[in-house]
Write a new protein. Structure first.
Length: 397
């Protein structure tokens, strides 16, 4: 027997996009149910992005989720670009009128969102199974799923797919309608967490003839570092000694700066991909976050694009439920996609400028260095980097 239930908005996926959307809808008196196949423990432990744009920090704070973020997040007013053995600082605050970024792990954002949804008696259904989506082209979309051993049939006004790149929701858009734009890069990142105090307080993006490297952090005691590696590489191929030697070479400066070394507590490889699907709306189905787009992590845009999708969509739904105005819902696809493509462009540009490519010859390498010279040596170049890094404004309806 199937139990029929109803809500206003059904959200598939309890990542940052789905949870934040549910929270923002709740603040506006709009009912939602979040359906998630994984466990709460899995969602809270899933390590992903770690940099929040100014706008992401602002929306989390304004919606009552900023207490732990303000206490534990690491606010950065700049970052550095490293090439030819020298570092060049991009002063974010000076170039953008006081804006900055905050280092705060995606899993911490998810923990805060889950705790708040539970405190607000929100419906977040972890460990759901047999989830299927139906009737998105009608006025009565519906989701079937099992939870706690009971089969449910959930009808709703709108369905939002926040279920990631491999989720089920994007598949509901017919192939005759859906367009996809995809690029898989010819390299990956090998990332580590190390029990070592960060050797400096801001991120470093390093271009080196041996490959890209990134210096970051997760706390005053934990350093996060990455090195470019081959797509077919394996983490076990990299001993701790080999990793630290490579990081020291790629990140080291002529003045002798090197990262602090400590025990490696986590190691993993992340492939690099750019992906966008269009449209991000079909019938009563909306897509947000990784269900609609993927960026290489070089530009620190992944979670932030998910947040901006949700801000646009929550405003559109507020317009509909409070005023009966569908203009925002009708414009969601265009507004969201414009910002997505700008984020994709910045991430692609940073990736192209900083990494070594198998097909590059000495001419391409000199072009990369010339770009780095321009973007660090020109006020206009530094401003362009800063504006994109702290986050471009979200378009109004």
């Amino acid at each position: 027997m199937t139990t029929p239930i109803r809500t206003q908005v059904c959200i598939i996926g309890a990542g940052p996009a789905g949870l934040l959307l549910s929270h923002l809808l709740h603040l506006n008196g709009i009912e939602s149910v979040v359906i998630e196949a994984r466990s709460r423990d899995y969602c809270e432990a899933r390590v992903r992005a770690g940099v929040l744009e100014q706008g992401s920090v602002d929306i989390l704070t304004e919606s009552g989720l900023g207490e732990r973020l303000s206490r534990e997040g690491l606010r950065h007013t700049g970052f550095e670009m490293h090439f030819r053995g020298q570092r060049h600082r991009i002063a974010l605050d000076e170039l953008t009128g006081g804006k900055a970024i905050t280092v705060y792990g995606q899993q911490e954002v998810v923990k805060d969102l889950i705790a708040r949804r539970i405190a607000d008696q929100g419906q977040v259904l972890f460990d759901s199974s047999d989830v299927s989506v139906h009737n998105v082209e009608t006025d009565s979309p519906m989701v079937r799923y099992q939870h706690g051993g009971i089969a449910y049939e959930l009808s709703c006004d709108y369905l939002v797919g926040c279920d990631g790149f491999h989720g089920i929701c994007r598949r509901q858009i017919p192939s005759s309608v859906l367009k996809t734009y995809d690029r898989v890069y010819p390299f990956s990142w090998l990332g580590i967490l190390a029990e070592a105090a960060p050797a400096q307080h801001e991120l470093i993006y390093a271009h080196h003839e041996r490959g890209f490297a990134l210096f970051s952090m997760r706390s005053p005691k934990i350093t996060r570092l990455y090195v470019q590696c081959a797509n077919d590489d394996r983490a076990e191929n990299w001993s701790d000694d080999r990793l630290w030697n490579e990081l020291t070479i790629r990140l080291g400066t002529k003045e002798g700066w090197v990262p602090n070394i400590g025990p490696i507590i986590q190691k993993g490889i992340t492939p690099m991909r750019s992906f966008v699907c269009a449209p991000m709306r079909h019938g009563r189905l909306f897509l947000a976050g990784d269900a609609a787009h993927i960026v290489p992590p070089t530009g620190a845009k992944g979670m932030n694009l998910a947040v901006s999708d949700v801000i646009v969509l929550s405003r559109a739904m507020e317009m509909f439920y409070k005023r009966g105005n569908t203009r925002g819902l009708e414009r969601y696809n265009d507004i969201a996609l414009r910002r997505v493509w700008k984020g994709e462009r910045f991430s692609w540009h940073m990736t192209s400028m900083l990494h070594t490519f198998p097909e590059h010859d000495p001419f391409h390498e000199q072009m990369q260095l010339a770009e780095l010279d321009y973007y660090t040596g020109s006020v206009a170049g530094r401003t362009a980097l800063a504006e994109n890094y702290v986050g471009l404004p979200i378009e109004e309806f």
